[in-house]
Design a protein around this ligand. Structure first.
Ligand SMILES: [Cu+2]
Length: 169
């Protein structure tokens, strides 16, 4: 049995969660629970720095489903505020507005992209402005309870990568 979490962001919170999940799975006899089958990980992650006085920021990145089943992402969280939401940007005429997404499906072996101008993770009620150079932990949690967490660098602009987002649809 494997309890899935991102290997390179494995830390105390994830470890205690994994232990709790192991105890839970043991208690229900490993039956009818798909959490152990889900393989989610963050391929990239970064968080927008904030100007003084701001209370909201956004996280962007690529969340991969390495498994053979569709994974439904049901919530997101971060370690810099108590409130995080998945948003998409909707064009209405020449206006653009944000709408909250309550869940997002990721098909097997597909990547969910959060990027500036499009779907993003909104961090609300951030107490202290995020300064460039720091890091923020962001977690995505599936309906089945899989938790994928990673540390995102705080950047002013999208970091340049060798695999541009323009290849994604
Ligand atoms: Cu938003």
């Amino acid at each position: 049995m494997t309890v899935t979490t991102t290997r390179w962001s494995y830390h105390d919170t994830a470890a205690s969660y994994a232990l709790a999940m192991l105890i839970f799975l043991t208690s229900i006899g490993f039956s009818s629970f798909s959490q152990a089958d889900e393989m989610l990980h963050w391929r990239t992650l970064w968080v927008r720095s904030m100007p003084p006085g701001a209370t909201v920021s956004a996280a962007y990145g690529e969340l991969m489903n390495h498994g053979d089943k569709t994974v439904t992402v049901a919530s997101v969280s971060s370690d810099v505020s108590d409130s995080a939401e998945m948003h998409e940007v909707i064009a209405e005429g020449d206006q653009r507005r944000m709408a909250q997404l309550t869940s997002i499906d990721i098909a097997p072996h597909q990547t969910l992209v959060f990027e500036p101008g499009g779907r993003h993770i909104m961090l609300l009620d951030v107490a202290a402005p995020l300064a460039e150079g720091g890091k923020v932990e962001v977690c995505a949690v599936s309906v089945a309870g899989t938790r994928a967490c990673s540390l995102g660098q705080i950047e002013r602009q999208a970091p340049v990568t060798s695999d541009p987002h323009s290849t994604h649809h």
